[in-house]
Design a protein around this ligand. Structure first.
Ligand code: FES
Ligand SMILES: [Fe+2]
Length: 391
């Protein structure tokens, strides 16, 4: 299965059409479906060690191009990666050239601080009227738990640790698990999969982590505080050992949370977080903390390695978890799974629930923008060139 995932598009087994972003579909349903992700949330952008002093990094998140650098006090700064003067990427410029904690555009030297204020315009001289007037778009940024987080919405955000359910456990001390991989299809394909307990006994029957899982049982769900869903197999215990999973906790904007009970009670908490890069690809983040005081250093290390491999590798026999399991299924659904064409069954109760929650949140966010006098956010036509170039 992993072989198929890495195979080029363009054969009967893996048709080119499956890899194309269905832009007509995006345009038709963009008001209803958040193809570029929900905005009023913090999202992981970089590992702390990836953002060094005197350097900047460009990332793409939710269809926005963002450039990150560090301020005088070390704190992360995030600006839209576009110079407001005449539009080139700020990431072609230099940080700390005019002053520490600023970024200077390569073209004519407009220079911005962490708030996006123009603090100097080198080619216009020290009395430039652009200073204090021109503004680059800035994003709230925080650094917690070895990760730089960016707030993508228009509301005034609460601090990251106060806004995500279970964030404190997931980022607490212990053996840290941190991993990330870019995935070349929509985060919405992954959305369905996260609450779909029924696929585990079928698709993952050869996976080490779910070796005891049996098929069947049907799915039920309950809502959780903090915009979440608890999905579970209706008939639990259909397996002979501990390597199985009967339930899952999902939260908006699209992540799975595993608590203390996970892996025989060995973790403080784990997030599998699916962050849209744009409409046609996402970055899967594994963020967690293992309770080494409880399980001991050696086992903690083993658990960390196993978890990382679950996301990225099929090199262990039987590790058909993501790249060898979920990812080929989701990639084969097409670049964006077609909600207008699929036939949902009673096994999809939780899938329908989370789709509806995402749609409702997307609608509420659009209302919010309208009230603030801002235009709607999804512009698939202008995104087309950019996203297609990434394939
Ligand atoms: S385009 Fe950036 S300074 Fe002119
Ligand atoms: Fe899966």
């Amino acid at each position: 299965m992993a072989d198929w995932y890495f195979k080029e598009f363009g054969s009967a087994e893996k048709p080119a059409s499956v890899g194309e972003v269905p832009w007509d579909y995006v345009e038709e349903y963009q008001e209803e479906i958040p193809f570029f992700g929900l905005r009023e949330y913090w999202y992981p952008a970089l590992f702390s060690h990836e953002l060094k002093h005197n350097e900047h990094k460009a990332v793409e998140m939710l269809g926005d191009n963002i450039v990150l650098f560090r301020d005088k006090d070390d704190s992360p700064c995030a600006l839209e990666n576009r110079c407001p003067h005449r539009g080139p990427l700020l990431s072609l410029g230099q940080v700390n050239a005019w002053d520490v904690g600023t970024i200077t555009c390569r073209y004519h030297g407009m220079t911005f601080d962490k708030h996006g204020e123009c603090v100097a315009f080198l080619s216009d001289g020290p009395d430039s009227p652009a200073c204090g007037k021109v503004k680059a778009k800035s994003y709230p940024a925080e650094e917690v738990g070895g990760i730089i987080w960016i707030y993508m919405g228009i509301k005034e955000p609460k601090p990251f640790l106060d806004s995500m359910p279970h964030a404190r456990e997931v980022l607490s001390d212990g053996v840290l698990v941190r991993n990330r991989m870019q995935v070349p299809y929509s985060y919405l394909n992954q959305l369905d999969n996260t609450v779909d307990m029924t696929h585990v006994g079928c698709l993952h029957r050869t996976c080490y982590l779910f070796g005891d899982q049996k098929m069947g049982g049907g799915v039920a769900f309950e809502e959780l505080p903090g915009n979440g869903v608890y999905a579970r197999l209706r008939k639990t215990g259909g397996h002979g050992g501990t390597k199985a999973i009967d339930d899952i906790r999902w939260f908006m904007p699209n992540l799975v949370h595993h608590g203390e009970e996970f892996m025989d009670g060995g973790v403080h908490g784990i997030y599998f977080w699916f962050v849209p890069d744009n409409a046609g690809s996402f970055t899967a983040w594994l963020i967690g903390s293992i309770n080494d005081k409880k399980v001991g250093k050696t086992k903690a290390k083993f658990m960390a390695t196993t978890l990382k491999r679950a996301l990225q590798s099929d090199s262990l026999p039987g590790m058909a978890c993501f790249v060898g399991g979920d990812a080929p299924m989701q990639m084969a659904q097409g670049r964006i799974a077609r909600w207008d064409k699929d036939y949902l069954a009673r096994t999809d109760r939780a899938v329908i629930k989370v789709r509806n929650m995402m749609k409702a949140a997307h609608k509420a966010e659009q209302e919010l923008r309208k009230e603030a006098g801002l235009p709607p956010l999804a512009h698939p036509v202008s995104m087309k060139t950019q996203a297609d170039d990434r394939v």
